[in-house]
Design a protein around this ligand. Structure first.
Ligand code: SF4
Length: 310
């Protein structure tokens, strides 16, 4: 039986072998980031709710632990903002009872001003929040957040969380060409990072197809300079190949196209063959359809992807 709420484990530069756990449905998020690799947010919200049935999520993880069980991290995140799940505290507590594998949370950090959210994810081992600017205008330009969200509030939430959380915080800084890379922006980031005091600072840029074409990456040299400027604890995590594209990205899309050129395949065939998230596969399939390289065909009530002739 296909597990619906988990994917992987996938090799991750930051987390080793990471089992992805989707605790929120596709694109339910408090942000609609211009660089999001999943496309546009369909439910922009700050409302906490049990969007995904928690027992079903846990069943999938338990099944994984019984049958495969090998991962370096159990990672809550995936297709939207995980802290929107109002029962994330229970999920983390149960995962900690189920296994000794560290539990990590990938978050956009936008709800850490809410005490209940901070308390909930304090149960995890590592929290990886994203942060991109200290200026409200730049913050809005990059994340297109739920309208009531303010960057000062988010910074305070991150600082409060640091004081309260005994685990590790690895802060990811997302850098976008000509948007948050001016000297003033970088100096502002450096000052606030000192206040937040994360254990690690991870510099990233737009290395996967973004939601908006104008969200462009900076170069590896620019990343290195920013790394030197920010100083201790800072590392570059963006994975480049020549000309600023990731090999992983191109390889995966080409692998899917190669599979489809050999014979028509279903989405499940692709997911069985490649260790990637369902949403990531759908995004590549959408791109290939838009490029008129593949098309959809129905056979016996099943949806197949087949190559376009010629
Ligand atoms: S990148 Fe993360 S925070 Fe931003 S819109 Fe996508 S899922 Fe939400």
């Amino acid at each position: 039986m296909r597990r619906k709420y988990i994917y992987g484990p996938v090799p991750s530069r930051r987390l080793g072998l990471s089992l992805g756990i989707d605790v929120i449905p596709y694109k339910v998020c408090s942000f609609n980031c211009i660089y999001c690799q999943l496309g546009h947010t369909t439910n922009l919200t700050t409302k906490l709710n049990e969007y995904t049935p928690v027992e079903d999520i846990l069943k999938d993880v338990l099944d994984f632990l019984k049958k495969d069980g090998k991962a370096d991290h159990l990672t809550l995140g995936g297709s939207g903002e995980p802290t929107l799940n109002s029962r994330i505290d229970y999920i983390i507590d149960t995962l900690k009872k189920m296994s000794k594998i560290p539990v990590t949370v990938l978050t956009n950090g936008s709800l850490l001003f809410i005490e209940k959210v901070r308390r909930a994810i304090s149960r995890s081992d590592i929290v990886l929040p994203t942060f991109s600017s200290v200026n409200q205008d730049t913050f809005v330009k990059i994340h297109r957040p739920y309208p009531t969200l303010k960057i000062e509030q988010i910074i305070k939430g991150l600082c409060d969380f640091r004081r309260e959380f005994p685990g590790r915080i690895w802060l990811e800084i997302m850098l976008i060409k000509d948007i948050n890379t001016t000297p003033e922006e970088i100096e502002g980031l450096r000052k606030v990072i000192k206040k937040i005091k994360p254990d690690r600072i991870h510099l990233n840029t737009v290395v996967r197809p973004p939601s908006e074409e104008y969200a462009r990456p900076i170069t590896i040299d620019e990343l290195q300079k920013i790394k030197e400027f920010i100083g201790e604890g800072c590392e570059v995590i963006a994975r480049f190949k020549k000309k600023g594209k990731t090999r992983y990205l191109e390889d995966t899309k080409n692998t899917i196209l190669g599979m489809i050129r050999r014979r028509p395949v279903t989405l499940d065939d692709i997911l069985d063959a490649l260790i990637i998230h369902r949403n990531e596969a759908l995004k590549y399939l959408d791109e290939l359809i838009a490029e008129k390289k593949i098309q959809i065909a129905e056979h016996g009530n099943k949806k197949y992807y087949e190559a376009v002739e010629g």
